[in-house]
Design a protein around this ligand. Structure first.
Ligand SMILES: Cc1cc2nc3c(=O)[nH]c(=O)nc-3n(C[C@H](O)[C@H](O)[C@H](O)COP(=O)(O)O)c2cc1C
Length: 160
């Protein structure tokens, strides 16, 4: 069975999580950065994992557009979804329901969040101000939910 992990990452955390996810997959997986490859033929794949970081309460624009443009196919496949974010666990659960289309969530075999991090060296001036003033974080931090990555790996491995 052919798998693909398609991700959209701004500062590298979603990319890192996508790579960690791939490492635990029995049959391996193609890894596609949506920013480099915005057009993907999903008919080639049986298991499709979509991952995006969340900024200002939303997944990234390119991922949103990709989902909208491919929704019909995604609803017919074994689709899994994850976000990278810095909300607390309970809020991250709620956030998941808001950032992906409801019908896709309902049809997906796994929907979860992988945590993330703040890397000030990758942020622009405005992003730094937002994180310092609103989130009140002033240093680099990384908080990746290894358990959720493992859970998704197990669900994918059970399918293939
Ligand atoms: C300016 C800014 C806004 C953010 N907004 C949110 C948000 O609304 N909700 C959230 O859970 N995390 C938010 N985050 C945290 C990011 O989702 C987190 O840093 C994530 O790991 C980034 O992943 P990436 O490097 O793959 O883009 C924000 C981060 C920045 C820098």
């Amino acid at each position: 069975m052919k798998n693909v992990i398609i991700y959209s990452s701004k500062h590298g955390f979603t990319e890192k999580c996508a790579e960690m996810l791939k490492e635990g997959l029995r049959d391996g997986s193609n890894l596609i950065n949506l920013k480099d490859n915005p057009i993907i033929d999903l008919n080639d794949y049986q298991v499709i994992i979509l991952g995006s970081s969340v900024y200002a309460g939303n997944i990234q624009k390119d991922m949103k557009e990709f989902i909208n443009n491919n929704l019909k196919v995604l609803l017919e496949k074994n689709t899994g979804l994850f976000t990278c974010n810095m909300h607390k666990r309970e809020e991250a659960e709620d956030q998941l329901k808001k950032v992906f289309p409801l019908e896709l969530i309902e049809r997906s075999f796994v929907v979860t969040f992988f945590g993330g991090g703040f890397d000030f060296s990758k942020m622009n001036f405005i992003e730094k101000q937002i994180v310092k003033k609103i989130v009140k974080v002033t240093e680099n931090v990384e908080n990746i939910e290894q358990e959720n990555i493992k859970m998704m790996q197990e669900k994918i491995n059970a399918l293939v």
